[in-house]
Write a protein that binds this ligand. Sequence first.
Ligand code: BES
Ligand code: ZN
Length: 627
Amino acid sequence: MNLSRGRASSSILLCALLASCSHPERPDMLAVTDVHSFSNSSQVRVTTVDLDLHVLFDVKTLMGNVILSFTPIDPNADTLVLDTRHLSIEKVEISEDRSKWGDTTFTLGKEDPILGAPLTIKITPSARFARVTYSTSPNASGVQWLTPEQTAGKKLPFMYTQNEAIHARSWMPVQDTPSVRVTYNARVRYPSGMQAVMSATNDQTRTSVTFAGDTVFQLARPIPAYLIALAVGDISFKPAGIRTGVYAEPSLLDSAAKEFEDMGKMIDATEELFGPYRWDRYDVLVLPPSFPLGGMENPRLTFATPTILAGDKSLVSLVAHEMAHSWSGNLVTNATWSDFWLNEGYTVYIERRIIEQIYGKERADMEAVLGRQQLEEEMAHLAPRDQVLHIDLKGRDPDDGATSVPYEKGYLFLLQLEKTFGRERFDNYLRSYFDRYSFQSITTETALAYLKETLLDPNRDLADQIPLDAWINGPGLPVGAPRVHSVLFDKVDDAAKKWNAGSNDIPLAARWSTQEWLRFLNQMPANLGPVGMKRLDDRFHLTASGNDEILAQWLLMTVKQNYQPAYPKLASFLQTVGRRKYIKPIYEELAKTAAGRERALHIYHLARPAYHPIAQSTIDAVLKLTI
Ligand code: BES
Ligand code: ZN
């Protein structure tokens, strides 16, 4: 199957003996074992990806070729092994100079349900380029194809990609491991009247050449394959600041640009704290509501759910989060998915610093308290091995590791460091970390070695207070994990007590933020019942809430409490919104009773075609469907 297995392991052994396996010109080329990639990147390293793709909406297919530039690390390597999933490979050629091409032999291995199939390409010692002509499957796990009805404008179809964690391989043959960084170029052809955007220079007036239905993109900074992204649809642009802006369907542009008008201030604040923004522009693409995530930090162009357009900027911490990944994640990247907490924990920490800077400490504290509550609730149901930061994901889908543990436990670890060493020392450490490892992919081991060297060892007396091993390898939260307190939530809790004691006099509620509403709802007793729900709804009109974050929590309660007046709203919500964080808990709750499961199946039957492939497989599993 994989011709190079034996060789790969002997070269890893060699690397281990030599302590490192870096390429002389590319310090980022450290050999790392990634259990989620078939690629032989410790022998042959892909350095540039050149895509040339046609976007065929009619057949839900991307078709074209990719040229991979590669550098041999092991001079005896005679194959280049790439990751693929459900790709049709038509032809593979190799070249020394990118002008003369010759056919070569290749084998496509057996499909593994999680990893896809290795594409093993025979190479010669002097070959430096491989060109693969291929097309994608209409069911590619990393691509969603939307009909016009699933868009806001209802006139044109829409497509977009979502690569993290290991879906890049479903639309391009590539070394799909975050330990390999590539620069990329792309030429994308699509029906005229639409616009294509990528996580690359979308600034058509400058570096790329645009004409109807044919756009050229480039990104000259090395990134992992999970950050390559493409979207095509009825997409327009509106500036939100000097180096920030919004891409969206035309009807959403104005509200999105207004909602995100603080992005410029956020970047300025983050630069001030943690060093320069290395990606030039920062724009957000607002996707149709079936986008399965809240946000995805594609470089220069965050992809975001429209459910954060609350009208009052109350959900912009999601933008702060994705922007923070421009430092933690995109600049310094987890080398494997076991190191995912390096991406997400550091990012949640920076996100809350941004929120504190722009919207004040009280708001950041509320969000930290909500995060802690979510972590505790989720951890109560997780196996001990899934409660650790440095998680073992061998044989598992890396998406299994994307719980709140890497996010919120990671955050609390960094918060303890901040509190122990003081902000000044901690900020200096973070700034130097981003400089030292910029444009590199690192393991937990490397990150911890640097932490010891720069922060712990020079402050030994304080370092003794940090239970490092318990944080990184232990389940649960270490004793002494910091606890954030929210003064605003104290007031909400008082109001909730009064309400639960029967008083309808809650004057403060008129001015509550989204976070305060979430807290208030969290404080409702488990045995509220339909009567208690009706009392809340009559007083606060929650079923009619225009805020999707509040609505999702309310609808989850309606299922738990069997509050039938909200059922039509529940059905329409599940049929328009595909954000997994919202829909998964609701389907899970419905599936707990026979009647609920019936209702879930009925709704899901109508909703499923509009969900993204990864949301479909999540909900299929929740409802135990084999499709
Ligand atoms: N990088 C993640 C999204 C992701 C994680 C995709 C794991 C695939 C696998 C992104 O930065 C993220 O964390 N998004 C969150 C929102 C955030 C505010 C916590 C989401 O989508 O819910
Ligand atoms: Zn994130």
